[in-house]
Ligand binder design. Structure first.
Ligand SMILES: *[C@@H]1O[C@H](CO)[C@@H](O)[C@H](O)[C@H]1NC(C)=O
Ligand SMILES: *[C@@H]1O[C@H](CO)[C@@H](O)[C@H](O)[C@H]1NC(C)=O
Ligand SMILES: *[C@@H]1O[C@H](CO)[C@@H](O)[C@H](O)[C@H]1NC(C)=O
Ligand SMILES: *[C@@H]1O[C@H](CO)[C@@H](O)[C@H](O)[C@H]1NC(C)=O
Ligand SMILES: *[C@@H]1O[C@H](CO)[C@@H](O)[C@H](O)[C@H]1NC(C)=O
Ligand SMILES: *[C@@H]1O[C@H](CO)[C@@H](O)[C@H](O)[C@H]1NC(C)=O
Ligand SMILES: *[C@@H]1O[C@H](CO)[C@@H](O)[C@H](O)[C@H]1NC(C)=O
Ligand SMILES: *[C@@H]1O[C@H](CO)[C@@H](O)[C@H](O)[C@H]1NC(C)=O
Ligand SMILES: *[C@@H]1O[C@H](CO)[C@@H](O)[C@H](O)[C@H]1NC(C)=O
Ligand SMILES: *[C@@H]1O[C@H](CO)[C@@H](O)[C@H](O)[C@H]1NC(C)=O
Ligand SMILES: *[C@@H]1O[C@H](CO)[C@@H](O)[C@H](O)[C@H]1NC(C)=O
Ligand SMILES: *[C@@H]1O[C@H](CO)[C@@H](O)[C@H](O)[C@H]1NC(C)=O
Length: 545
């Protein structure tokens, strides 16, 4: 009573069954020639199924055929010498026993039931987030369930390639591991594992179960830090380039670069070529002093960093000023150059008395100072280095207008119907306007361009140069000659004849006087002749001068 109350019915049955196995008489001890058949004999079944068992015997008077099992059973048929049972929920390997009586003696038969089941879980353990190329990593597969274990193996795979194959030991769950050397080719590859339950020897198939794939990311990063190129010195508020390079990166597209000036991130342009990464930026410091510039390259789960110092200086100049940018001729003007404290300035070669002091230059402005350039040079010594900067400024002088009397002709003699240019240079700032008007007619003669001279151009011209700075004027006389060769020949002819007549008359007179005095002065005739013939030549020469 106490026993049955404590033990469940199933347990009681099992206990009965065990006792029965324990008390089984060794086969053939009672000299029986009949056999108890158990069908199916030693089946291999998937877990959880129901199946039926037929216990049969062919002795003449069979009695009390029964089935002993720890599974739930149900009698489904009975006939002469046989009994069939439905067994449900087979979850593990077990043994069923048929027993019966033939002519009063017990006969038994048994069948070993083998159960197989697919693994419930086939899972690849998570891979490293990033795997360094050239280092080993563990590829492990976790398997739960699956039976019989003696027929179960795990295969570890990269894509379709088999990396290892191992049997599954007993235990839940079981971890199967292979060690893999990471290469660049493994980047982006799918790793997975699969189980193989090989029941081909049992007359069944080969059953495979696959894990979900996991993608591996591999990377290569050199041990050396990046090369950072920056100037050692930089002027405040002045932009300068930053260039950071690192070679031997894989995969270069996954690399991240940060460039920072102090705490301020720089707007970085990243370019890659092969496995080289170059980051460039433009930096501008707003404060004097030593500033730190950092280049940080991150790839995978590693980063490399380089720091450099940039000394930022401030010359505060040089500031070069003119007291009057557009000075008037004759006034006094001051040029000043100054810069920050400790800065030495030099204006047009004249250094200031001391660093931090301005340099000044005073001058009485003349026309020659127009477009004169003043140059100021500033130097500062920082950490043993001489830093410099320069400025220049151009002076404009307001002067004029001035007509160049040496080059502008005041008397002109030209021939009618000939081409001529009237050249008359004028100086001044701003640029003066020059015009020459004929007295009376107000005819405006072209200046600086060729024109055809006419007889009526003769006259007095009043030339005037005008600018905002005043006026300058000059009178030009122009004579235009009628160009008639016949008239000239006639004049010459008349003059020659006239000369000859005078000469003849003079000779006759002299001859007479000589005859009386018997003295000859023949030489005088020769000195007379050229005098008369020269006269027209001289007149022409004087006119054309
Ligand atoms: C059990 O086996 C006997 C003898 O082989 C056969 O006659 C009988 O039909 C079987 N019963 C079932 C339900 O298969
Ligand atoms: C089958 O057996 C398992 C344990 O062995 C039990 O949990 C389950 O309820 C059973 N199923 C049926 C349908 O009896
Ligand atoms: C791989 O697994 C073995 C055994 O668990 C361990 O000793 C080793 O450190 C692991 N290797 C890596 C790279 O994790
Ligand atoms: C890896 O697996 C994913 C999906 O499982 C697939 O889309 C991808 O093509 C595979 N990659 C390679 C390299 O085989
Ligand atoms: C394992 O594989 C078998 C066939 O090979 C399939 O029927 C079963 O559903 C699979 N199990 C899992 C958990 O995927
Ligand atoms: C950056 O420096 C590398 C060498 O260090 C050079 O090849 C490259 O041209 C530089 N890039 C720029 C934009 O200055
Ligand atoms: C960074 O540079 C890009 C393009 O050169 C520009 O559009 C953007 O405004 C810049 N950002 C900053 C914060 O300077
Ligand atoms: C570089 O930058 C990354 C990402 O911002 C950061 O995690 C890492 O600490 C930096 N490296 C160093 C050495 O400061
Ligand atoms: C940068 O300057 C700091 C002091 O301001 C100094 O400790 C450090 O060594 C310098 N670094 C380099 C690379 O010169
Ligand atoms: C100086 O003169 C130039 C023309 O010569 C003019 O363009 C400029 O505006 C003037 N500057 C001043 C400050 O008067
Ligand atoms: C400028 O002219 C004044 C007089 O007009 C003269 O005293 C002075 O020395 C001159 N300055 C220079 C630099 O020539
Ligand atoms: C003046 O400065 C400019 C740059 O601003 C530089 O190119 C030039 O060489 C400098 N001149 C002298 C004489 O130093």
């Amino acid at each position: 009573m106490v026993l049955s109350g404590l033990l469940s019915r199933a347990c009681w049955t099992s206990l009965n069954y065990l006792l029965l196995i324990g008390c089984l008489p060794p086969p053939g001890t009672q000299g029986q020639e009949f056999l108890m058949r158990v069908e199916p004999k030693d089946p291999v079944l998937p877990a959880g199924v129901s199946f039926s068992v037929n216990c049969s015997v062919d002795c003449p008077h069979p009695e009390r055929i029964s089935l002993e099992t720890n599974l739930l059973k149900e009698t489904v048929g009975r006939g002469l010498g046989w009994a069939a049972f439905q067994l449900s929920n087979v979850t593990g390997d077990t043994m069923v026993l048929c027993s019966g009586f033939c002519s009063g003696s017990q006969i038994v038969g048994s069948s070993k039931v083998k159960v197989y089941r697919f693994p419930e879980r086939v899972e690849l353990a998570p891979l490293p987030r990033w795997q360094s190329v050239g280092r080993h990593f563990n590829l492990s597969c976790l398997v739960s369930g699956g039976a019989p274990r003696s027929h179960l193996v795990v295969v570890l795979l990269r894509g379709e390639e088999e990396l290892g194959r191992q049997p599954v030991a007993n235990g839940e769950p079981v971890e199967v591991m292979v060690t893999v050397l990471a290469s660049r080719d493994d980047h982006g590859a799918n790793f997975s594992c699969r189980t193989e339950l090989d029941l081909r020897s049992q007359g069944l198939g080969l059953f495979q179960n696959h894990s979900a794939p996991r993608k591996l990311r591999t990377f290569a990063m050199p041990m050396i830090p990046p090369r950072l190129a920056v100037p050692r010195f930089s002027e405040v508020e002045t932009s300068w380039p930053v260039n950071c390079t690192l070679d031997g990166l894989f995969p270069v597209s996954e690399a991240q670069v940060q460039l920072a000036l102090g705490d301020q991130m720089l707007n970085t342009t990243v370019m890659s070529h092969g496995d080289t990464l170059t980051a460039t930026a433009t930096a501008k410091a707003e404060q004097e002093g030593v500033q730190k510039i950092v280049c940080n390259v991150t790839l995978g789960d590693e980063s490399r960093e380089t720091r450099e110092n940039v000394t930022v200086y401030n010359l505060q100049g040089p500031i070069l000023t003119l007291s009057e940018p557009n000075a008037t001729e004759g006034t006094t003007m001051t040029v000043t150059c100054k810069a920050g404290p400790r800065v030495q300035v030099t204006l047009d070669g004249i250094p200031a008395a001391a660093p931090g002091q301005p340099s000044q230059l005073q001058l009485n402005v003349t026309e020659r100072d127009d477009r004169r350039t003043f140059f100021c040079y500033a130097t500062l010594k920082v950490h043993g280095e001489i830093l410099h900067s320069n400025r220049s400024v151009q002076l404009r002088v307001l002067y004029g207008p001035k007509i160049d009397r040496a080059q502008c002709p005041q008397r002109l003699t030209w021939k009618d119907k000939t081409m001529h240019i009237l050249q008359c240079p004028v100086r001044g700032n701003p640029n003066p306007q020059l015009q020459c008007l004929q007295e009376g007619s107000k005819f405006k003669v072209p200046i600086g361009i060729p024109f055809l001279v006419r007889l009526n151009y003769s006259g007095t011209y009043y030339c005037q140069a005008v600018s905002s700075q005043g006026t300058d004027s000059l009178t030009v006389m122009m004579y235009v000659q009628d160009q008639n060769p016949i008239a000239v020949t006639i004049t010459l002819g008349v003059l020659t004849i006239l000369g000859l007549v005078i000469a003849t008359a003079a000779l006759l007179y002299v001859f007479r006087v000589q005859k009386r005095s018997d003295i000859y002065h023949l030489k005088k005739k020769s000195s007379w002749l050229p005098l008369t013939s020269k006269q027209p030549d001289e007149a022409v020469a004087e006119e054309s001068s």
